[in-house]
Design a protein around this ligand. Sequence first.
Ligand SMILES: NC(=O)c1ccc[n+]([C@@H]2O[C@H](COP(=O)([O-])OP(=O)(O)OC[C@H]3O[C@@H](n4cnc5c(N)ncnc54)[C@H](OP(=O)(O)O)[C@@H]3O)[C@@H](O)[C@H]2O)c1
Length: 324
Amino acid sequence: MKSLVCKQFGPIDDLLIEEGPIPVAGPNKVVINVKAASLNFPDALMVQGLYQIKPPTPFVPGAEYAGVVHAVGEGVTHIKPGDRVAAFTGYGGFAEYSVADATRVMPLPPSMSFEQGAAFVLTYATSYHALKDVANLQPGETLLVLGAAGGVGTTAIQLAKLMGATVIAAASSAEKLALCTSLGADHIVNYAAADWREQVNAIVGKKGVDVVYDAVGGAYAEPALRCVGWRGRYLVVGFAAGDIPKIPLNLALLKERQILGVYWGDSVAANPKGHLANMRQLGQWFEAGKIAPSITETVPLEGTVDALKRLSSRNAMGKIVVQL
Ligand SMILES: NC(=O)c1ccc[n+]([C@@H]2O[C@H](COP(=O)([O-])OP(=O)(O)OC[C@H]3O[C@@H](n4cnc5c(N)ncnc54)[C@H](OP(=O)(O)O)[C@@H]3O)[C@@H](O)[C@H]2O)c1
């Protein structure tokens, strides 16, 4: 079987496709014949050794994927060989076969394709946790999404609209903003323009923005925080721009703004029941046709390196999915 291997942390170009044996399912493990795996920004950081999780090398990147159960180990009862499943394991997905802890494997709803299943969990669960559990976003509030055409950004637009908010989507090109509009954004702002903060203020007026969803950081963070109104919330989701911003804390004091961290992975461990409830709601919205991953591109395993490079250099939109 083929897999994309990271032999040691370094440039994305160093990833290699290798042939190897199909893994065997140990106790409480599931071997999945992977049909699709999606790209997430953390995959690109992880292979470069820049992510908070550093797997022992060599390892196969690819945080989430979907496929057919090939074999189950002793103690696995909730799924069986032949079942369609999705898995979130943090890495291991860019391969024809992957081994997952049984607890990380869930049945794929019949109406969900392998590609959709591979592109669902990380982005939707992060954004729903951020908007519902951390920001307590209310109907009628205004949400500003930075990096709105990206993986998590596209889900933040869709979920905030379902939660009754008005969405201002910020991204760096007309093409990316067109995607945001197609997903339901009420307003769009190109933050490549020097006056982008004034554009946001023209939309929200003196009241300011109620919530900012920031998956980008860098030079956008401080102007975005300055857009937040009285007791508004600023969600720290990610730093796709590379730089971790240093924020003058007087901006929190003024207007009693709240700066709130979002870490979906640890929130699942801290509140597993809450996570399951969130996933149930997301599944129902998918079944009802209210949300669907914004898959803009599919590539073969051989195209993964190029796709990861485009993702990490701002040349991708929505979700890219590897088909195996
Ligand atoms: N906190 C959590 O629990 C959690 C969970 C999942 C992901 N994340 C983080 O969220 C961030 C976004 O992840 P994602 O998977 O949505 O990534 P993505 O699909 O690549 O989207 C990131 C967006 O950031 C913008 N961006 C600005 N400067 C960039 C640069 N120098 N390089 C690349 N992109 C840049 C891009 O849009 P424009 O060109 O329009 O600016 C891009 O669409 C990452 O930092 C990731 O680690 C956090």
